[in-house]
Design a protein around this ligand. Structure first.
Ligand SMILES: NC(=O)c1ccc[n+]([C@@H]2O[C@H](COP(=O)([O-])OP(=O)(O)OC[C@H]3O[C@@H](n4cnc5c(N)ncnc54)[C@H](OP(=O)(O)O)[C@@H]3O)[C@@H](O)[C@H]2O)c1
Length: 279
């Protein structure tokens, strides 16, 4: 079988149109553009690339995007105070803390100071707790994108066995909770999972978010499975996912490519959170 390769371009176009109209409505209602503030601490090439892409996406839609850069030596208390100030600022509509943070800064301490209504990428304990409890909340954009793509492709979730590879707070964990919320039976795999192939081979829906290029090969995938690749890795200057595209496309029935699959939807999803609120 040759998989249907998901092309996110039509959905990207529809989202841009919808969000531009929402941004105009916001402007009319508030006499100003919606404003996202992103915070970067230290230097991390993937985070800086993500940040530039987010600035461009905000320009495309008509949002103001403010980037606050802090040196690596910034202390936890200083960052927490900055986040608390943005939480109280009436003209800031969303705040994104770009990861990774330096090791001396605890994400929990900083995100605790961010009001849940401005925590548009769902990093803080309040939004994460609401996700666990099944209440409306902001979820990390990548997790939201997984759901959006399954819906866009008319793939039923309820009753399916979804296997998620990766358990990070921004990737695997929220993806698993969202799919469980939509009635999938969910298994989460991580670096200590024994015989990963036997678990992934039982998936109707396989979502991979491990940051390991080519981790998932055809022999680890059930015939006609739905495979979503959330990995973004650079190998020899090329961007690749966590799924071995060439072999898995011959076995799965649906596959998201990297680049061009989930990635282009991530920034627009974050902007959607600011303009339309939590799911
Ligand atoms: N599409 C997007 O917009 C988007 C957004 C964010 C991130 N990403 C990409 O998603 C990937 C994951 O990012 P992340 O921030 O979640 O990474 P992370 O924090 O490093 O987490 C990686 C997860 O994968 C697990 N893992 C690593 N090697 C494994 C293996 N051999 N077998 C099974 N599980 C394994 C780890 O297990 P342990 O917990 O046991 O260590 C961990 O849970 C990266 O490629 C990143 O660039 C994409």
């Amino acid at each position: 079988m040759t998989a249907k390769i998901y092309d996110s371009k039509p959905l990207v176009r529809r989202m841009i149109e919808e969000l531009r109209s929402e941004a105009e409505q916001f402007y009319k209602q508030h006499q100003r553009s919606a404003c996202l503030t992103q915070i970067i601490v230290g230097h991390d090439a993937p985070a800086e690339l993500y940040s530039r892409q987010l600035v461009r996406a905000c320009q495309t839609i008509g949002l103001e995007c403010i980037t606050l850069t802090y040196p690596f030596e910034t202390q936890e208390e200083e960052l927490r105070a900055a986040v608390a100030m943005l939480s109280d600022d009436a003209t800031t509509d969303g705040v994104v803390l770009l990861l990774p943070l330096p090791e001396h800064i605890r994400q929990r301490i900083v995100t605790e100071a961010l009001h849940s209504q401005k925590d548009v990428d769902g990093l803080g304990p309040s939004n994460a707790g609401n996700l666990l409890l099944g209440f409306p909340n902001f979820v990390p954009s990548t997790a939201d994108v997984v759901l959006t793509v399954l819906r866009d492709a008319d793939i039923p979730i309820a009753g399916s066995h979804a296997v998620i590879v990766g358990r990070s707070n921004v990737g695997g964990k929220p993806i698993a909770l969202l799919l469980m919320r939509h009635d999938a039976t969910v298994t989460i795999c991580h670096s200590h999972t024994q015989d990963l192939a036997s678990v992934t081979s039982s998936a109707d829906i396989l979502v991979v978010s491990a940051g390991r290029p080519g981790l998932i090969t055809a022999d680890m995938v059930k015939a006609e499975a739905i495979v979503l690749d959330a990995g973004i890795n650079t190998v020899n200057g090329r961007v690749v996912g966590d799924v071995d595209f060439a072999t898995v496309k011959e076995k799965a029935s649906f596959l998201t490519p990297v680049p061009g699959g989930l990635g282009p939807l991530t920034h627009l999803t974050l902007i959607r959170h600011i303009l339309l609120g939590p799911r």
